[in-house]
Design a protein around this ligand. Structure first.
Ligand code: ARG
Length: 296
């Protein structure tokens, strides 16, 4: 079932099947990272401007940060001719069945033609990890993986952004294919073109978000299913991808440095912000959350 408004919600959060937190993270090296085309507003004016040595350094800092907080890191080699492949949140959605433990991978149907060649590399990686692949064959809808589809921490519930890259109809197929409830959120502002730019779930009850990226119905769904919503500072969310922060363990929040106001709000709520520099990747419209993929 796909839920578009609060009036349709016929479950409580605690009634949903439990889902273990994923403990592994995949990162793709920035070996061939650059800005070579413009497919989101943040890339404007940045073609050819990436300092690759700085990008490599920032990527290593991110990788080491995950290791230091106890997350198991795997890395994949970026491929020539695929300058956005470093953003490994987008090519797929890993899933685990709450009862059988079967591991499944929904493959993306990338909106951006330039990025379609990235998907088979992720398919191979996850087949080696024992995942069964689910292709969106019953629909022609675009779907951009964990850029737009995010697991509710500890619950078998998917949050699905649509309207910029992913199409709403993709969630009908995913909900059926994975036998999971999906809360669909319409994205309203091109600066927030993926759900992971305006919603970051911190634990089962708390999320960081930028409310202006959603419509009334979306905000009401979020208010219904979270006890606490921390609002990111608008300038930090737009210019520094403050909401593209990532909390892998319900405690640490890895976030672009300089997001002072947002970090203070996170700390006041009991979280521990860890600032990292992703400035080279911001030129392509991505930061921490886009640069990783959590899996089981
Ligand atoms: N240049 C990439 C694109 O526009 C950036 C992707 C960022 N990823 C994300 N999950 N928001 O597709």
């Amino acid at each position: 079932m796909v839920y578009h408004s609060v009036s349709e919600v016929d479950f409580s959060r605690s009634s949903l099947p439990a889902l273990p937190l994923p403990r592994k993270v995949l990162l793709t090296t920035p070996a061939h990272f650059n800005v070579e085309y413009v497919i989101n507003p943040h890339m404007e004016g940045h073609i050819g401007s990436v300092d690759l040595e700085a990008a490599r350094q920032q990527w290593r800092q991110l990788r080491d940060t995950y290791s230091e907080i106890g997350i198991q890191v795997a890395s994949m080699e970026g491929q020539e001719g695929l300058p956005d492949m470093v953003f490994c949140a987008n090519q797929s959605l890993p899933a685990v069945h709450p009862k059988t433990g079967e591991k499944r991978l929904v493959l993306s149907r990338m909106y951006a033609e330039q990025r379609r060649g990235e998907v088979p590399h992720y398919r191979s990686f996850f087949e080696r990890e024992g995942y069964n692949v689910l292709e969106l064959t019953s629909t022609e809808s675009f779907f951009e993986g964990m850029g737009d589809a995010l697991w509710h921490p500890r619950r078998h519930l998917l949050w699905g952004g649509y309207g910029m890259r992913t199409e709403a109809s993709a969630y009908d197929a995913i909900s059926r294919g994975l036998d999971v409830a999906v809360c669909a959120l319409h994205l309203e502002d091109p600066d927030f073109y993926h759900l992971d730019t305006c919603l970051s779930m911190l634990n089962e009850t708390t999320a960081l978000y930028f409310p202006g990226a959603f419509d009334e119905k979306g905000r009401a769904l979020l208010e219904r299913l979270f006890d606490t919503l921390i609002e990111a500072d608008e300038q930090e969310a737009r210019d520094l991808f403050a909401v593209n922060a990532h909390c892998p363990d319900e405690q640490h929040v890895i976030i672009q440095e300089g997001c002072e106001k947002t970090s203070r709000r996170l700390a006041d709520a009991g979280f521990e912000p860890i600032p990292v520099d992703t400035s080279e990747f911001l030129k392509a419209g991505g930061s921490v959350f886009c640069m990783k993929l959590m899996y089981w």
